[in-house]
Write a protein of this length. Sequence first.
Length: 94
Amino acid sequence: MTLTKVDIVEKVAAKCGFSKLEAAELVEGVFDTIKLSLDTGHNVKVSGFGNFVLRDKRSRTGRNPQTGEAMEISSRRVMSFKVSQVLKDAINKK
């Protein structure tokens, strides 16, 4: 089963006693803040959950898998998520 944004909104509304509209605004605000921080080049650390880390990849030469033709892969910024030890332990029931 996959947890969706709608599921998160419903759980926040039920747990905190907010209306679904208020919970949706709260959840959207959290996600917008994370997106804005990442967009401006800042990493995001959520204690007990994990880190969203940005890395810059340089341009490189790759191959088209269908034709085998060499092509330039442009430089880009990638994001990875590193799980905190607290969350790892919770998932593994330690």
